[in-house]
Write a protein that binds this ligand. Sequence first.
Ligand code: AMP
Length: 283
Amino acid sequence: MKIITSVKAMQKEVQMHREAQKSIGFVPTMGYLHEGHMTLVHTARKENDLVILSVFVNPLQFGPNEDFDSYPRDFERDEALAKNNGVDIIFYPQVEEMYKDSFSFEVKVVNKVDVLCGKKREGHFDGVATVLIKLFNITQANRVYFGMKDAQQVAIVDSLIEDFNFPIELVPVSTVREEDGLAKSSRNVYLTEQERKEAPRIYEALKSAVSYVLNGEKNTKTIQKSVEEHISKYTSGVIDYVEVLSYPELQAVQELSGKTIIAVAVKFTKARLIDNITFDVEA
Ligand code: AMP
């Protein structure tokens, strides 16, 4: 496994593989790898000749009062995990390598951002889109792998690829969970012992909401309220949002029908957790 830190070296490396007709699968991450990331890697491994994983905590996608500085980092551990799971190349640039002083453009996402994390984290998806445009150009990937844990990100990247004609296939991968249902996340290490015990209640709330829908409940507000009540009752977290929307359009609906997402964000003392569930509602 190679570790490449410069953009130029990375571009040179991928050019060689492209010339040799190798297919390239790319897994963008912010590091502090866990089984969720590894599932993306395993999927990429099956479908491509070469697997590139990037580890880059992208300052552009963090707001001024967010956790950029305290975001967990452990490159040695990431390196070992990547190596043991079949990654061929880790792209590990420093911030100065990705963002030179003279940047002349600003990327602005204008659709699917007035809801969920887009609404709560102003500019977050502009930062995500900016770094992905760069990473797509640097890695020249044929396929890129994203987790459905970040479902809004998947919906927005889908539009990014479509709107800017990137010759890349987006492969969404289901959320990987702990045995008790908590979605795996790099931020879970910042839960207190008590919060860690409560956190699986978030997914429990989502699952029971889906069971109400399957039993015939179609009213969006009722579903949303049931999730909010469950989380408030069983956790000490503060709800940032609970939203029920069409997916992947991310439009508000009064009556559920078709592909739907229930998505939540909950703030604990030091960690803000997100989770979601998608399902089909028959007319
Ligand atoms: P991050 O390092 O948090 O930016 O995540 C990098 C990629 O891994 C994103 O596509 C995430 O959606 C994905 N990911 C993170 N956690 C999980 C999980 N529990 N299951 C599946 N994918 C995940």
